[in-house]
Design a protein around this ligand. Structure first.
Ligand SMILES: Nc1ncnc2c1ncn2[C@@H]1O[C@H](COP(=O)(O)OP(=O)(O)O)[C@@H](O)[C@H]1O
Ligand SMILES: [Mg+2]
Length: 370
């Protein structure tokens, strides 16, 4: 069974005054010039899942300028059960809110309906950038497999912020600090285990090399691994935090925790760290992880996730493009792909939905291209 948008409506969203698209499951190809509005469509779809969307934008960025009226994205989704209508937009204060079948729902709860994965050009440098980018990448994969991950992350970060503030203010109240450290330990261990579990599921879903896409090896690194190794990680971490109040106060932050972990990825058959691989190879590794993530979601939920593949065809030669399309088609996912020119999508079957995206008098517009 499938998870797919059957209708997408965008109102006053970025470059769109209004857009209505009827959609089918399977691959959707969007072509248009730079700045035409392709990524904006993918971004709208990404907002059907929790978080800030595929550009990690601030809520104030979505509203169409210069009018800046309230934006909204509405989608009808075919799911394994009944169709669901998801709505997300801004409330009066500009905050992003959501509705499910017309009733208010938390943005976090969207994750249990719409599993959405994306690959964007912004991720191309994830292996050579700092650990924070890779942690975010790992957390997105984890969240896609385990929607509860977001809540543990929020709990951990909130408790850590409060503890850091107390330490900064010179507060030494052991009961108060101990309570916060207890929350940090419970949430921190939960979120680290969720990451590990998700990564295990994902690597297992990889199998061997996937056609033109290499097998990735990945491990979570950092001082927090030592905490998890013992029999009672929660207690160990709480004790460690209590012991390290002085050091953390001096550093102005918490020095040990899952917020400092890193994800080390290797190109298995070359036995090389991802960072040492060529741009094209790194992109291929990202595709491998994405395909594996999609398979793991399929195995876990009974349906493949929706995929948003922005400028996916750009880094690949014709052979790899063809292989990519075959892999994606094999997943059975609704997969949105963008590119600047139709020849990039030449290898796609005729049955694939195609839309041209273009600027029409200062607003983005879309027309069916077969
Ligand atoms: N809030 C906004 N209001 C109006 N236009 C916007 C807004 N945010 C971005 N844009 C416009 O959207 C266009 C970029 O759209 P995008 O989807 O990124 O294009 P591409 O087709 O290259 O992916 C730009 O012309 C940009 O000025
Ligand atoms: Mg774009």
């Amino acid at each position: 069974m499938t998870l797919a948008l059957t209708h997408l409506r965008m109102i006053a969203f970025r470059s769109y005054a209004r857009l209505d698209l009827d959609l089918q499951p399977g691959i959707i190809a969007l072509a248009g010039a730079n700045g035409a509005g392709k990524t904006n469509i993918l971004e709208a779809v990404s907002l059907l899942s929790p978080g800030r969307g595929l550009r990690r934008a601030a809520p104030g960025d979505f509203a169409r300028k210069p009018e800046e009226i309230g934006w909204a994205v509405t989608a009808t989704l075919a799911t394994r059960l009944d169709p669901v209508e998801l709505w997300t937009g801004a409330d009066d204060s500009g905050k992003r809110v959501a509705k499910r079948d017309g009733k208010a729902a938390s943005v976090l709860s969207l994750g249990s309906v719409a599993r959405v994965l994306w690959l964007t050009p912004a991720l191309d440098r994830v292996f050579v950038e700092g650990p924070a980018e890779r942690r975010r990448f790992l957390d997105r994969m984890t969240l896609s497999l385990n929607p509860g991950h977001a809540a543990a992350t929020v709990r951990f970060e909130k408790a850590m912020r409060e503890r850091n503030r107390l330490l900064k203010d010179g507060v030494t109240d052991a009961r108060w600090l101990g309570a916060l450290e207890g929350h940090m330990a419970e949430a921190g261990v939960a979120l680290a285990l969720a990451r590990q579990q998700a990564l295990d599921a994902l690597l297992a879903a990889q199998g061997g090399d996937q056609g033109a896409f290499p097998r990735a090896e990945a491990v979570i690194e950092g001082g927090f691994n030592a905490v998890l190794e013992g029999s009672n990680g929660v207690e160990t971490y709480a004790r460690l935090l209590a012991d390290e109040r002085g050091r953390d106060a001096q550093a102005g932050r918490t020095l040990v925790g899952p917020h400092r972990s890193d994800l080390a990825v290797r190109y298995a058959s070359k036995n090389a760290p991802a960072a040492d691989c060529s741009t094209g190879e790194q992109k291929a590794l990202l595709v491998s992880l994405l395909l594996a993530n999609a398979r793991a979601i399929h195995a876990g939920t009974g349906a493949p996730p929706i995929l948003l593949l922005d400028e996916i065809a750009a880094h690949f030669d014709a052979t790899r493009r063809e292989a990519l399309f075959a892999e994606i088609a094999g997943l059975g996912a609704q997969a949105w792909m963008t590119g600047t020119e139709w020849p990039l999508f030449e290898a796609l079957p005729d049955t694939v939905q195609r839309f041209s995206v273009f600027d029409a008098d200062g607003a983005s517009s879309v027309k069916s291209a077969g």
